[in-house]
Design a protein around this ligand. Structure first.
Ligand SMILES: [Zn+2]
Length: 259
């Protein structure tokens, strides 16, 4: 059974809150996290000088990076250098992410998602302002990851509102989400952007007219495309082929849970 509480004895050793939070969350993950890809019961921590990921699975070799925040996750979390991050997504040399929200007064985990790497697109990476010339790393550009731009299908709960989700269910959900895996980054961007629009329609059954209401939003994200409506129809077909949608009749669609 997953213990959601951090190790209190560790908390007493730090005066810097950010340092304490990092040690508490990483120690917690090392002790409690399993591999959500294959279900292997523990993860191994990379050595500190390894910058690419925090943990890996000895069984399936998948890698994970832990992002965490006190309170709510909010809509973005700060990450490292912008160029490095975008390059990592492009080269597919990217770990899956654990995104955790914790309560520092209670010293416990509230929510934890696993976000598989194939849900990362350049549009969820926000460029931050260049550091000023007085800064130690002048000219350096960091990034934020906009987790609210990741479709709900890519935010798989491991802990939900203080309750751990059954391991088998998590592994199953990660497997199902892999139906949405797209290697080509441009294709991935279109697919996930369209899926976000579908998710924003609150009804289970919707029409082409309703999805076309997102035309301007998609145009803003893909200004190079001159025929957005045709592209939307194409993406709906791909979503159908991947098991997210059912075509009921001409121009009428029904959402489906992945299986
Ligand atoms: Zn594994």
């Amino acid at each position: 059974m997953m213990n959601l509480y951090f190790d209190r004895t560790l908390a007493e050793k730090y005066t810097s809150r950010s340092q304490m939070a990092r040690v508490l969350t990483e120690t917690w993950a090392k002790a409690n996290m399993y591999c959500p890809r294959c279900g292997y019961p523990q993860l191994t921590r990379f050595q500190n000088n390894c910058k690419v990921a925090d943990f890996f699975c000895n069984e399936c070799k998948n890698e994970y990076e832990l992002k965490s925040r006190n309170g709510d996750i909010g809509h973005k979390i700060m990450d490292g250098a912008y160029d490095t991050f975008v390059q990592r997504i492009t080269s597919a040399n990217n770990p899956d992410f654990f995104v955790m929200s914790y309560d520092l007064s209670e010293l416990r985990v509230n929510n934890l998602w696993v976000v598989p790497k194939y849900f990362f697109t350049p549009s969820i990476v926000e460029k931050r302002k260049k550091l000023s010339s007085e800064a130690r790393r002048a000219g350096w550009i960091g990034c934020n990851i906009l987790f609210d731009e990741v479709p709900e299908q890519g935010k798989i709960y491991v802990v939900r509102n203080g309750v751990p989700v059954n391991v088998d269910d998590v592994v199953e959900s990660v497997k199902k989400s892999s139906q949405l895996e797209t290697a080509n980054l441009d294709a991935r961007g279109w697919l996930l952007d369209t899926l976000n629009c579908v998710n924003k329609i609150s009804k289970e059954v919707f029409s082409l007219k309703e999805i076309y209401q997102f035309e301007n939003e998609l145009k803003a994200r893909h200004p190079e495309n001159k025929n957005i409506q045709a592209k939307i129809r194409q993406q709906l077909q791909i979503l159908r082929d991947k098991g997210c949608l059912e075509f009921l009749e001409r121009g009428v669609y029904r959402k489906k849970a992945l299986h």
